[in-house]
Design a protein around this ligand. Structure first.
Ligand code: SF4
Ligand code: F3S
Length: 104
């Protein structure tokens, strides 16, 4: 599966939802997550994200993100249409440790 990671937080560009063939993105206030049980591993969303927030969970160190995507995709609503990114999305791009700083 692919997972959404730190870089998405407060950037939330949503280009990813437009390309996913199985509509497996779920929307929180500050980020999106992927439902790992629905993702078919096609990989098309990865290069579409301007914040480089989407990664295959085969990369090392992504266990906490797999867990977070699994948990919140069960709670948050499905999103299939791109909305407006936050006004300061570009300023938030590349900021480190966004999970600790902004995720609530
Ligand atoms: Fe959707 Fe494919 Fe991305 Fe999985 S890898 S979330 S199926 S676009
Ligand atoms: Fe987030 Fe990138 Fe999608 S910033 S909303 S994963 S396009």
């Amino acid at each position: 599966t692919y997972v959404v990671t730190d870089n998405c937080i407060r950037c939330k560009y949503m280009d990813c939802v437009e390309v996913c063939p199985v509509d497996c993105f779920y929307e929180g206030e500050n980020m999106l997550v992927i439902n790992p049980n629905e993702c078919i591993d096609c990989g098309v969303c990865e290069p579409e994200c301007p914040a480089e927030a989407i990664l295959p969970d085969t990369e090392s160190g992504l266990e906490q993100w797999l867990e977070l995507n699994t948990k919140y995709s069960a709670e948050w609503p499905n999103i299939t249409v791109k909305g407006e990114a936050p006004a300061d999305a570009d300023e938030m791009k590349g900021v480190e440790n966004k999970l600790e700083k902004f995720f609530s």
